[in-house]
Design a binder for this molecule. Structure first.
Ligand code: CA
Ligand code: CA
Length: 355
């Protein structure tokens, strides 16, 4: 099924062909999927003139507009070196989590938490930047978060993933549609940002998106061959270490971890590198194009394929539960088209050390 909300010469599409699960159980070899990777706007025959790559447009003002950095995130310097990327025991093999391979990284900085609404607001105030969701006029929202008014106004249902709805007027300032706002969520991660939006923010901040390898190195927090940033046990000593989903997805979130949707950044313990919410809370865009074919060959500072159709996102979100979206592991990965945006997708920036 495809939904078409045509705007700016592109089509917002919900195509759920990858949803191969049964509601009450997973078949062996099937793909547990929260539908997150289906939230793609299909490219159309041509871009509308007003839909030029926002990152290109705003890179021109990077140096003159980024003087006021008092709201930028603190960054952690990671020394890099050799590490083991991916896993030989993939939770979701078809995502290209394996094989495990040796990767060298040069030192890099990475922000200690996801970019917040307050930070993104400073960026838009200084630059006049308009996000892609605002240009398209809609974005994907998890239906469990919508008001009854918004639900009753929805004209489309997505048979294979009814928990996702394209909502008119949903954007970073209105995370659950026009009748919502972010006034009491300025310390929450910014939502409904496309890859280009994330790229534009990082360029303004004189930073950049992390590569997938950098993100995964950061996630692992100095540990080797572990599932999570803190080890192999999801809840050491019964404590929640990330904002995930508890209960039966998608109908009942017990919010045992304290949050049924995105949480203020830094609400959960940092990993060994001092990085917060590196898994859970919101998915995070990376710089790399998506590719599921990897080899055991060693590589240095890999940047992914030269081209592609989807960008890699990492870390899972507050919607992830083991039964549907076991992607809150460091080796896990998913993808969206770069112009996609959703209520569980954000980012953090990285940077090269100053010479
Ligand atoms: Ca939660
Ligand atoms: Ca995250």
């Amino acid at each position: 099924m495809a939904l078409s909300l045509r705007s700016c010469g592109a089509v917002l599409s919900v195509v759920c062909v990858s949803l191969q699960f049964a509601v009450n159980g997973l078949e062996a070899g099937s793909s547990p999927d929260c539908g997150c990777s289906s939230l793609n706007r299909e490219p159309s025959e041509g871009k509308h003139p007003s839909c030029e790559n926002p990152a290109d447009k705003y890179s021109a003002v990077v140096n003159e507009k980024s003087s006021d950095h008092d709201t930028l995130s603190k960054m952690v310097l990671l020394q890099g070196g050799w590490f083991l990327m991916g896993t030989d025991e993939p939770g979701i093999p078809q995502d290209g989590e394996g094989p495990q391979r040796r990767v060298w990284l040069d030192p890099f900085h990475i922000e200690e938490h996801e970019v917040t609404n307050k930070q993104f607001q400073r960026f838009t105030n200084q630059t006049g930047y308009v996000t892609e969701a605002e240009r398209f006029g809609d974005s994907f929202v998890f239906e469990g978060l919508l008001s009854e008014d918004i639900k009753s106004s929805l004209s489309h249902a997505v048979a294979a993933a009814p928990w996702w709805s394209p909502v008119k007027g949903a954007d970073w300032r209105h995370p659950e549609g026009p009748d919502s706002d972010i006034a009491d969520r300025m310390d929450h991660p910014v939502l409904h940002v496309s890859w280009a939006d994330a790229q534009a923010y990082c360029q303004w901040a004189q930073r950049r998106l992390p590569t997938e390898a950098e993100w995964e190195f950061a996630c692992r927090g100095g540990l080797q061959d572990r599932l999570y940033p803190w080890g192999n046990k999801l809840m050491p000593r019964g404590q929640h270490y990330a904002n995930l989903w508890q209960g039966n997805f998608p109908n009942h979130n017990t919010a045992e971890d304290g949050y049924s949707k995105a949480s203020p950044v830094m609400s959960f313990p940092a990993n060994g590198f001092g990085l917060y919410d590196i898994v859970g809370n919101v998915w995070e865009w990376t710089a790399d194009w998506w590719n599921v074919h990897h080899t055991r060959d060693h590589s240095r500072n890999p940047k992914g394929p030269e081209t592609g159709t989807d960008k890699v996102k990492k870390g899972g979100s507050y919607m992830c539960h083991k039964s549907y979206c076991y992607r809150y592991r460091c080796a896990a990965r998913s993808q969206n088209t770069p112009d996609s945006s959703a209520s569980n997708l954000g980012f953090r920036c990285a940077a090269d050390p100053k010479l």
